[in-house]
Design a protein. Sequence first.
Length: 183
Amino acid sequence: MEYPDLSALPAELQEDVTARGSLNVFRMLMHSPALAPGVLALGDAVLRQNSLPDPLRELAIVRVGHVYRAAYEVHHHENIARLVGLGQEAIAAAATGSPVGLPGAEAAVLAATDRLLARHTLDEAERQELLAFLTVNQLADLVITVGFYQLICDFLNTFEVTTADEPTPPYGEAPAAGSDEGR
């Protein structure tokens, strides 16, 4: 699928793409100019205002990318995961889904991500397991994060978004959980 002609878009949408480093996912998203601003706003909130600690957020995102076989998502979010301090063992576990050897919170988030992807819900025992490591706010943000990245992976796969000819991503400094700083 070809990328849309960004010059034909309203100035604010062109600015939205440019402000995010003109990455291919944002360029392709402009095929939906009416929904793109809302998707971008939710994505910004998931990344910048998430109550989950950044490494746990990225663990869940990378796992979703692997389950959906969304190479674009895995590529970018493994890089972000490293930037925010997620260890290589956890990044490797996100590829397989095996929590063996991971600390309790990482193992619980990885298992919960798989349960959400497979069953689209968590039962009471699974919620309680997570609440040993997370607050209710963090649990809610985990569910929203997994759901948002399912949407994004569906989009990436459907439109066959790749990193081909993509500029260097503007990852910058890792934002602290809950901060408003850039990605």
